[in-house]
Design a protein around this ligand. Sequence first.
Ligand code: AMP
Length: 419
Amino acid sequence: MQTIEKYNFAGKKAFVRVDFNVPLDENFHITDDTRIRAALPTLKKIIADGGSVIIGSHLGRPKGVTDKYSLKHILPRVSELLGVDVQFAPDCMGEEAGVKAAALQPGEALMLENLRFYAEEEGKPRGLADDASDDEKAAAKKAIKESQKTFTKKLASYADCYVNDAFGTAHRAHASTALIAAYFDVNDKMFGYLMEKEVQAVNKVLTDIRRPFTAIMGGSKVSSKIEIIENLLTKVDNLIIAGGMTYTFTKALGGNIGKSLCELDKLDLALDILKKAKENGVNLVLATDAKIADDFSNDAATKIVPVGEIPDEWEGLDIGPESEKVFADVIKASKTILWNGPTGVFEFDNFTHGSRTVGEAVVEATKNGAFSLVGGGDSVACVNKFGLADGVSYVSTGGGALLEAIEGKKLPGIAAIEG
Ligand code: AMP
């Protein structure tokens, strides 16, 4: 497989798929430029080699050309961070894009307008009437798949090589994230540095595991995490279940959970997970106590109670001190750690303690030589809130992509390069 480090970009034009889907405020100011910074090593290497870059990205979920989602808003910041005056093509398929791409000189950069302004990027028909018949739907699907080929080929024609550095969209088989790779020779397509790091981090928790391996699964619902939990049950030594999911398990085991979050249709599933954990020799760790509130608010009255003894009008919004200690001890004795999802409603300051304690234990284990991967959903916001990001081995930039990788799925964006 080709690598970005080995590749000499001198005199070459590289199409680089990045994930510049950054948050913007109402004045189109970038409120968090992490994603742009994350792609800089890749872009800078190409330019330093004497190559030129054609930057492709999406922004938001436009259903057509929408000024709000124009990448022109982020152009000045990209230029500033890259240290190059980045040119702009206001239509990724327009004549101007082709002319500008062809004229690029070594060291220059061109950013294409939002790829998702074209339905072909995602390959899904747009504008179908709600009452469209099945035949109409099938015809529209066929038509978009055909025009997607033309779209993809045109994007590929701008460049001599393809670099995918957009881990955040690696779970999508879109034109610029996967299909485009088919138009390049095996030696002319590769991961960018960010994508490489993400793939390595995922491998460390899925294949190259040092034991004991502990996964901490928090967040709100069992239903959204079930495939990950099932995949992890064949891999981990310890599975800590925390967050809102706790109460579905507690209820299934016959406890009283008051008004706590619970998926009543998942009680059997919870019991099945407990059974499978036992069969696989996995130490499944559930909270034993909860910090409960008389209202879903930061200012609610609180109490610490055993997790299965929550009064009717109360709800569990975080783990209690006894659970914190048990969780922390398991984490500190681990050599590989995966953390996805807070232990409680960490957005409320009065219910952050459990998540913070877990985060601090992960940092301590990392200091003692463990490999720790944090990612997916709110976990990143959580470590950032507590200022712990620098203390863990790797914070993934991919939400859905990371979760699908942990579920054991082969991501189209990775498969397109790895083959
Ligand atoms: P997820 O996106 O599945 O990782 O879920 C993250 C969300 O779960 C956060 O917004 C938390 O506030 C929420 N959450 C965690 N614990 C609880 C709980 N005990 N009750 C309700 N929501 C929770």
